[in-house]
Design a protein around this ligand. Structure first.
Ligand SMILES: Nc1nc2c(c(=O)[nH]1)N[C@H]1C(S)=C(S)[C@@H](COP(=O)(O)OP(=O)(O)OC[C@H]3O[C@@H](n4cnc5c(N)ncnc54)[C@H](O)[C@@H]3O)O[C@H]1N2
Ligand code: MOO
Length: 401
């Protein structure tokens, strides 16, 4: 039997990083930056007022106070967006609006609330310190500063920073193109009437969602019956020019495990047992003239879900040029449970302030516990018993808040 690490290394050896893509900033939300972003301008780009009021020389209004105003002539208005150069004469003030450029010679702003609001001549009742209510050029960001590092995910706040830094396009990690095939004669699309013996193809919906949540592009999804001819045709003409093909089902020991039968014949896909629970039967290799990487996941829904997190997610990350390994987080067990010796167990758990608990029944067909889980608890092959208070390594689930 292969170890989890050995099989992960085997699937990772099938892929190499795709080149980064450049996208308009408006399309970058949620994407991972592939290069540092460098500011094209200072922020603020010029010295400007933080308040609606009067631009002054602080020295000209020293001594102003409520009840003992200083009177200054007002030499015009400066509005936000005014691109003309202005100069403040000694002993005068200019009305200025929030965001408007400070006139040369001014070094402070008196808010309009601390005045009589005069337009020709104003009574000012505040003596501001030098620099008061003035936003200095470059105090936030300097032109040439790295404002975001490669690897950062673009959030609305970061997007605002890049826009303000006047950078219209960003290099981001590519979205790998993935196709998914569910296999098995028992599968029926969701919403149709089920005959006895039939089930809904929930893995198709699940894997499509996982692929999208992992930041990849789903470029094809389908169902294949356990039919060798259909498979052979498909392998000759794979739609969607995918970077990765995923299948679920048909990889264990059954007499009708067609995926295994057809792909074994190609000689380029290995079927192995991995020392893990769930997710023991796995397959991986390349298919077709394009030698497209393929990962064949076991059909049991929980096995498929766990295998996605343990093997497919690192491959998608590697294709996107990211560190394949998602960091584990630490939790503390709040209950006891037993784990099988000799296999790594990926238990479906809830982890919150109350600690780590199993999220429900752990059968590899049990979707109830999957739906409630926040993490997979990674229990080493030598551990057979988890007790309350034990530290637990946790793999965060894709798409989980
Ligand atoms: N004799 C043995 N039998 C089994 C072994 C074994 O080693 N020896 N391994 C078991 C383990 S572990 C797993 S996991 C499964 C893997 O089976 P397959 O990958 O061949 O998957 P299927 O047989 O096609 O289906 C298994 C199970 O999952 C349901 N299924 C399949 N596809 C879907 C889908 N798209 N959506 C929802 N549910 C799906 C299917 O109906 C079966 O109940 O093999 C064990 N057997
Ligand atoms: O290992 Mo299977 O994946 O138990 O369900």
């Amino acid at each position: 039997m292969r170890t989890v690490e050995e099989h992960r290394a085997a699937v990772l050896s099938l892929v190499s990083a795709l080149p980064p893509v450049t996208v308009p900033l408006s399309e970058s939300l949620g994407r991972v930056l592939a290069a540092d972003v460098v500011a094209a301008v200072d922020l603020p780009g010029f010295e400007n007022s933080a308040m609606d009021g009067y631009a002054v020389r602080a020295a000209d209004v020293a001594g102003a106070a409520p009840g003992s105003p200083v009177f200054l002539d007002v030499h015009g208005d400066i509005r936000a967006g005014d691109t003309r150069p202005h100069e403040l004469r000694a002993g005068a003030a200019m009305r200025i609006m929030t965001g408007a450029p400070m006139p040369a010679g001014a070094d402070a702003v008196v808010p309009v609330e601390d005045s009589d609001g005069g337009v020709q001549r104003a009574a000012l009742t505040l003596a501001p310190d030098v620099g008061r209510h003035v936003r200095r050029q470059g105090e936030d960001v300097r032109v040439g500063d790295v404002v975001l590092r490669a690897g950062a995910t673009v959030t609305p706040g970061r997007l605002a920073l890049v826009a303000a830094a006047n950078v219209p396009d960003v290099a981001v990690a590519p979205r790998p193109r993935v196709v998914v095939f569910s296999t098995g004669d028992e599968l029926v699309p969701v919403g149709l009437d089920l005959e006895h013996g039939q089930i809904v193809d929930s893995n198709g919906s699940m894997l499509a969602a996982l692929i999208r949540a992992a930041g990849a592009d789903l470029v094809g999804v389908g169902h294949l019956a356990d039919d060798v001819a259909a498979w052979t045709t498909l392998l000759e003409r794979m739609p969607g020019q995918p970077d990765l093909i995923l299948t679920t089902g048909g990889v264990s020991m059954g007499a009708y495990d067609t995926v295994k039968e057809v792909l074994t014949e190609t000689g380029t896909v290995d079927f192995v047992k991995v020392a893990m629970r769930p997710g023991m039967p796995q397959g991986a290799g390349v298919v077709g003239e394009s030698r497209t990487p393929i990962i064949t996941l076991p059909g049991n829904p929980v096995s498929s879900f766990v295998s996605f997190h343990v093997f497919v997610l690192p491959v998608l990350r590697a294709l996107a040029g990211l560190d394949p390994q998602v960091p584990l987080v630490e939790g503390v067990a709040a209950q006891s449970w037993s784990s099988v010796a000799g296999k790594v167990e990926f238990a479906r758990v809830v982890s919150d302030d109350a600690g780590v608990r199993l999220s429900g029944g752990q059968g590899s067909h049990m979707l109830g516990a999957l739906a409630e889980a926040t993490h997979l608890a990674v229990i080493g092959e030598d551990t057979t018993e988890i007790r309350p208070g034990d530290p637990v390594h946790l793999l965060p689930l894709v798409g989980q808040d």
